[in-house]
Design a protein around this ligand. Structure first.
Ligand SMILES: C[S@@+](CC[C@H](N)C(=O)[O-])C[C@H]1O[C@@H](n2cnc3c(N)ncnc32)[C@H](O)[C@@H]1O
Length: 476
């Protein structure tokens, strides 16, 4: 029985019905492009696929996709990709390294300092470590020099990282940081990388999408929440030596024997732009790229600046820097304020207009705004986040169309989302916007789901609950 409180108001029902009609129409428009792709397993579209892959597995970036996914798409269109690949949301550089290993040069843009640091350290490990450096790392593993180090170098915390580690772990981290000051820059970078890779495992926290979850042992549990136990909290020495061993072994195995001397597998032609893609994309040359392979943040309220707070604090970001970073990120949290896109780039008026003109999105925006004024949303920042997400994505898509060569493809991994009882078909909305900005939508490949997402269903309805897809668009 529907209680009085849960009764749907007539206006709400009317707006939802309008969204349903527009959603079905748009799915119908893309009926020929939709297909369920059995090879798109959860493993291949997520970090899971990198778990045992040398170097890719060093830092567990939950938001990453697998190198195999990149290899699959770049491989499938092998003869047709001419020139560099671009990833405007590079993360820890999966696209860059996977493309480069296939001999394709790659440029990436990444805003989050932890992603930048991982990419830089990995490049350094592949390009610059000498055999002396490797011997030094070996020594760090066997003789644990931080244990005797009298000099401790403290690290900063921000509000949400206070008391994140057991006291003895704090001492060990500080000694480790003290000891690595003695080493050259390359060694320091690798030692810092190893430290960043283990922070979650030695802390009281667990990354949980929208926020950091706190183990009850921290004494920092949120009031009214059930006691959470993350399982084993690793001791510093064991965790860091295991990580250093893994890194050293991967670096050594990457050396390919040549006739006389060992020659390193050099990662060629990877370029990283550190900053927001909204700022960097307009500076890139027109028609310069042979493909874009990317996965933007999803419109799912996940806050990278909170999830990766331990790492950001260890990288010396202040509270104010983290807050301003949160605003610079692509809008996907309820805290994101509206960005003045035309101030960033006055030429973007047609791009923002493409988002404004998209009918289904318009109906969703109206609905969310109505629900906000009716006081039924669980967070009033949701309408602004959704509007911002699609306007910013329209600018990214417009820029990608500009920097791609004619006929070049863009591959995008993204998820649909649901707010206030309404599914938002991110896949068809973005594809429609892309179509109006110079792309042909070739395919919308749907990850098979558990709930009977058969090809027949796709054919009949063109939609399934919260699809996870890879879009394949070709620049006209
Ligand atoms: C889904 S993740 C991509 C992960 C990547 N495919 C990988 O395998 O590592 C999205 C990335 O976009 C980054 N990001 C968010 N806003 C950005 C912006 N305005 N400019 C550049 N990168 C941004 C996030 O920091 C995050 O690393």
């Amino acid at each position: 029985m529907t209680s009085e409180k849960n009764k749907i108001q007539p206006k709400t029902a009317e707006l939802r019905a309008e969204i349903a009609v527009l959603d079905t129409e748009l799915a119908e428009d893309f009926k020929a492009q939709f297909s369920v792709a059995p090879f798109l397993s959860r493993k291949i579209v997520s970090f899971q696929g990198n778990k045992d892959k040398p170097a890719y597995s060093w830092y567990k970036y939950k938001e990453a996709f697998s190198a195999e996914l990149v290899e699959y798409f770049l491989g499938s269109y092998d003869g047709e990709i001419s020139g560099k690949v671009l990833d405007p949301f590079a993360g820890i550089g999966t696209t860059l390294f996977a493309a480069s290993s296939q001999g394709i040069p790659a440029d990436g843009i990444e805003l989050l300092p932890i992603g930048q640091e991982i990419i830089r350290a990995r490049l350094l490990s592949e390009r610059e470590l000498t055999s002396n450096d490797l011997a030094t790392l070996e020594r760090w593993i066997t003789s644990v020099p931080w244990k005797e180090c009298p000099e401790r170098v403290s690290f900063s915390t921000i509000r949400i990282t206070e008391n994140a580690y057991p006291p003895e772990t704090v001492v060990a981290i500080e000694q480790y940081r003290g000891a690595f000051q003695q080493e050259n820059e390359e060694i320091q970078a690798i030692l810092r990388l190893a430290l960043l890779c283990i922070l979650e495992s030695i802390s009281y926290t667990r990354k949980d999408g929208q926020y950091l979850r706190w183990d009850a042992r921290s004494g920092k549990q949120r009031p009214g929440t059930k006691a959470f136990n993350k399982g084993e909290i690793l001791g510093f020495d064991a965790a860091i030596t295991a990580k250093l061993k893994e890194i050293l072994s991967d670096v050594r195995n990457a050396e390919v024997p040549a006739t006389l001397f060992p020659v390193k597998h050099i990662t060629k032609d990877i370029r990283l732009f550190e900053g927001s893609c909204l700022e960097v994309l307009p500076t890139l040359e027109t028609a310069a790229y042979g493909a874009v392979m990317t996965s933007p943040p999803y419109c799912n309220r996940y806050d990278y600046t909170r999830t990766y707070a331990l790492e950001l604090a260890m990288l010396e970001l202040t509270q104010a820097e983290v807050s301003s970073l949160r605003q610079e990120m692509l809008s996907c949290t309820v805290e994101n304020r509206e960005k003045d896109l035309l101030k960033i780039c006055p030429q973007w008026a047609p791009f923002t207009e493409a988002a404004n003109q998209q009918k289904l999105l318009g109906a969703i925006n109206t609905y969310l705004q109505y629900e906000k004024t009716s006081g039924t949303l669980n967070n009033n920042g949701i309408p602004r986040m959704v509007r911002g997400y699609f306007s910013e994505m329209a600018c990214v898509i417009g820029e990608c169309a500009r920097v791609l060569k004619p006929n070049a493809r863009l591959f995008m991994v993204n998820d649909n989302v649901r707010y206030a009882g309404v599914s938002i078909s991110v896949d068809t909305i973005l594809s429609d916007i892309a179509q109006s900005l110079g792309f042909e939508v070739e395919k919308i490949l749907v990850m098979p789901g558990k709930k009977g997402n058969s090809s027949q269903q796709m054919g009949a309805y063109g939609r399934v609950p919260l699809r996870k897809c890879v879009y394949v668009w070709r620049k006209k």
